[in-house]
Ligand binder design. Structure first.
Ligand code: CA
Length: 380
């Protein structure tokens, strides 16, 4: 089998004022992503997605740098092709856009591999630990409403009512403001639901520690990205002083980036993004690295239905470390913010069983692009 074509698409979907929302670094008034397709001479087409907020640049890497290197290659050789693409873009790559582009290609190759061997991709990633995975909603963003606390409380109670056992609150809007929101949410949802915080790198270590010490009685399950990824010593200081699990990694890339976080025990939970950290080939290496240090991996998930499907196959193959009769079950991040690309881009609907998603079992990622939606949202 040979690769005969590589295509990439930049998709963009504007959100209405009511749909737009804000996180610590930005206001989101449109959803964007990059989708890649790899075509073979056997008629099998692989589908992948890149996580990243510069889709035009990701597309340029795929079209200009990667495509010529992939043509005529055997798509089954995923590790060798990963090395080839990584090495050629190392000068401008290593982290960021080049690795995001590489992630989309790698996922597409694993989709092809699954279709070629007529099995879901999870079976080729080491086999399945589970057929369905527990979700936790990522929502609780800030919106332009008069009473933000009430809006957040109402949203949290909605998740509680839907049966979710965990939810994540976006913070990073000022220490006092965060403190008040965290306390209001915990009070509203009661003690039985896991509550996570995500500051999206808004604080330095001293600020993050100040905040964390004041919310230790709020039973926070993990505190995500309190500090920017460049400041590994800040992470270590946070860990020394705070009694809340520290999670990070959506801004980190490849096994080389995670080596430093893991080997210094700078985090309790790593959160690599399958569509950003290097695709399945690299995720399996990052997970292997994490398991050797007994550090949990709960991947970051964002983007369209393609990225969700890619993550579901990974979740099926996600190991428990350490293992036991009753290990902590895997969790998948389930973005609940408005995103038509998550709802419309593939023909299949993801089946739910309560708050768990059933992992698709069709060959590869188990999805097919909705060409009408693709055309509707494609801008390049
Ligand atoms: Ca996050």
């Amino acid at each position: 089998m040979k690769i005969v074509d590589v295509r990439s698409y930049v998709l963009e979907c504007k959100l209405t004022d009511e749909q737009s929302f804000t996180w610590a670094q930005n206001r989101v008034d449109k959803r964007v992503t990059t989708i890649a397709e790899v075509y073979t001479d056997e008629g099998i087409v692989g589908l992948g997605e890149a996580f990243g907020f510069s889709p035009m640049a990701i597309k340029a890497v795929i079209d200009y740098s990667f495509k010529p290197l992939l043509l005529e290659e055997n798509p089954i050789d995923t590790n060798r092709l990963w090395d080839k693409l990584y090495t050629v873009t190392r000068m401008e790559g290593q982290k960021g856009i080049a690795i995001q582009a590489l992630s989309a290609i790698d996922i597409a190759l694993w989709d092809i591999k699954g279709k070629f061997f007529n099995t879901q991709t999870a079976n080729l990633l080491g086999g399945k630990y589970r057929d369905k995975v527990e979700t936790y909603p990522t929502g609780l963003y800030r919106r332009d409403v008069p009473d933000q606390t009430q809006a957040l409380v109402d949203e949290a109670l909605g998740y509680l009512n839907d049966g979710y056992t965990a939810m994540k609150l976006k913070i990073g809007f000022g220490l006092q403001d965060d403190l008040q929101k965290i306390r209001s949410i915990r009070k509203a949802i009661g003690p039985d639901v896991r509550l996570m915080l995500d500051a999206n790198c808004a604080y330095n270590a001293s600020e993050a520690i100040w905040l964390a010490k004041r919310i230790e009685d709020c039973d926070i399950y993990w505190f995500e990205e309190p500090i920017p990824p460049e400041d590994i010593h800040g992470h270590l200081e946070f860990k020394r002083q705070v009694n809340i699990m520290l999670a990070a990694g959506e801004s980190e890339f490849t096994r080389y980036g995670f080596r430093d976080l893991i080997s210094q025990r700078a985090v309790d939970i790593i959160q690599p993004d399958t569509c950003g950290a290097g695709g399945y080939s690299e995720m399996m290496k990052i997970i292997a690295l994490a398991t050797t240090w007994n550090i949990r991996c709960i991947p970051h998930v964002w983007g369209s239905a393609v990225g969700l499907a890619a993550n579901l196959q990974l979740q099926a193959a996600m190991p428990h470390y350490p293992t036991s009769l009753k290990p902590e079950e895997s969790l998948i991040e389930f973005d609940r913010s408005p995103n038509p690309l998550r709802e419309e881009l593939v023909e299949e609907e993801f089946e739910m069983e309560g708050t768990k998603i059933i992992i698709p079992t069709k060959p590869g990622l188990g999805i097919s692009l909705d060409r009408k939606a693709l055309q509707e949202y494609m801008v390049a």
